[in-house]
Design a protein. Structure first.
Length: 495
């Protein structure tokens, strides 16, 4: 799915974004009011847990805790790079340093230009992510910075990420093996020795960590209030993110991410604090696609999906792109001209499963359009094309028809990234198989990122910009639905 940030009179702006792709930044900046860079500094608590019942899936050897660099970084402007004698794109300016984490311990100062982390020099956009993901707590490291025109090497020990502390909650760090990779599981539950109804969170698309306190982590402003009224929560780090082992996000496949969720749900069912009769998946955006497929492989008690999709992938891409072109200010003529190239590209790429190279060779007229929209020849919106090609082969609605327990489909009326029709369609699909089990709920004045906006056009104009206001009606709706179908204890609800 694609998100256009605006329209040029001559053509659509390059770098079209899918709604799944931008959700990494949006969740971090809008839903949780924190920048993606600050998620290099994450918070968590290590706690032991006792298992009972069925034997859990394998955990493998203990999963090392990743380190926290502890800086807020910014790209250099061309003028700053030239003045510092650096090539375009080289280095990152240090805007602030977090006390007691790696950079602070090694002596990094605001105003430094960070040039190298360990053996990785920061020359390309992806270098920072590669360097940070290789930081392991307790290991030695070296940083190179440019300070007042001089190169300085700093040595020391990598500091672990700080650990989450939630008042009244026990925070549990565990792991599970998925396709040979160790995946980090993070769970919370109210202090106590009983079983709790549990929310298993499946997030939207993007390369970001789910580790951190409710105050700053993605979806924490939804999970936190639910935890406060008596619900346990379970979430994972996607393969390759946070502590989890796995590939770079651009190389992550749909199947790899799916299996990680399946194995984590299996593990969650073995936890002594999880009431398996009240285990609910909450999937947002792409999580709403993963959710019913996870449920089909490892059934849960209920399903919540918000801001998701149910159409054939190619159909959706065409529909959503047209909508966003018009919302972005394109004229009817400009829209039609763009779609005449876009429709054959996505049809061949997703409906037919062709590679970009094959399309270029057999449809030479699309070469310039492909270069404009897929400049690296590998990803769309920061996600590998094979990921989307797998979705194109997936019968999303068919997975929803297998949902047996209660289901809640949520759509914000100002969501310009998905459509109301899909959510109503999915609710009807569940109800045809299991009458009365599914509920569709419209979230007034809410958009794809649960921001409070006036219209789709208003939401699109504000998307990705500071100052968005979270609309808490999503919490109210979910809480009431859970109270009806999967209530927490009366005392917890009263609190």
């Amino acid at each position: 799915m694609r998100l256009l940030s605006g329209w040029s009179k001559s053509r659509a702006r390059s770098g079209l974004w899918s709604w799944w792709g931008v959700i990494a930044i949006r969740i971090l900046r809008i839903v949780n009011k924190t920048s993606w860079i600050r998620n290099f500094v994450l918070f968590s608590t290590l706690s032991l847990t006792v298992f009972s019942g069925a034997a859990p899936p394998p955990r493998g050897e203990p999963l090392p805790r990743k380190g926290a660099l502890g800086v807020q970084l910014a790209l250099l402007t061309p003028e700053q790079a030239q003045a510092s004698g650096l090539a375009a794109g080289e280095g990152r300016r240090v805007d602030s340093v977090v006390p007691n984490l790696t950079a602070a311990k090694l002596g990094v100062q605001p105003g430094d230009i960070l040039l190298r982390i360990g053996s990785t020099s920061l020359r390309q956009p992806q270098d920072l992510a590669v360097a940070v993901r290789n930081l392991i707590g307790g290991q030695p490291t070296k940083l190179e910075v440019l300070r007042q025109g001089k190169r300085v090497e700093l040595t020391g020990t990598i500091q672990e990420r700080p650990r989450q502390v939630e008042p009244g909650q026990k925070v549990i760090y565990d792991q599970v093996v998925s396709q040979g990779k160790r995946i980090r599981i993070i769970a919370t539950h109210p202090e106590g020795q009983k079983k709790y109804p549990t929310i298993f969170m499946i997030p939207g698309i993007g390369a970001y960590s789910m580790d951190g306190p409710f105050a700053t982590m993605p979806y924490g402003n939804i999970l936190g209030p639910l935890a406060q009224v008596g619900y346990a929560t379970v979430r994972i780090e996607k393969p390759g993110q946070g502590d989890s082992e796995g590939p770079l996000y651009t190389d992550l496949t749909f199947e790899e991410e799916l299996d990680a969720y399946i194995q984590a749900v299996r593990m969650a069912k073995t936890y002594d604090f999880v009431d398996t009769s009240k285990l609910v998946i909450f999937g947002h955006s792409m999580g709403g696609v993963f959710g019913p497929i996870v449920n089909k492989n490892e059934p849960v008690s209920g399903m919540i999906a918000a801001a998701t999709g149910g159409k054939d992938w190619t159909e959706y891409m065409i529909e959503n792109t047209r909508r966003q072109l018009l919302l972005g200010g394109a004229t009817a003529a400009q829209t039609e001209a763009y779609m005449k190239q876009y429709v054959p590209l996505v049809s061949l790429l997703f409906a037919e499963g062709w590679s970009l190279e094959k399309i270029k060779n057999e449809r030479p007229g699309l070469q310039a359009f492909i270069q404009q929209n897929v400049p690296d020849g590998k990803t769309m919106s920061g996600v590998g094309i094979p990921f989307f090609q797998t979705i194109a082969k997936t019968n999303i609605a068919g997975a929803w028809e297998s949902v047996k327990g209660p289901a809640l489909l949520l759509y914000g009326e100002n969501d310009f990234v998905t459509c109301r029709e899909d959510h109503e369609f999915l609710a009807e699909a569940v109800n045809r198989s299991n009458p009365g089990k599914a509920t569709f709920q419209l979230l007034a004045r809410s958009d794809h990122g649960f921001n409070e906006t006036d219209s789709q056009a208003d939401s699109m104009s504000k998307w990705g910009k500071p100052g968005n206001k979270f609309n808490p009606n999503v919490i109210e709706v979910i809480r009431e639905w859970l109270k009806k179908h999967f209530p927490a204890s009366a005392s917890a609800q009263a609190e």
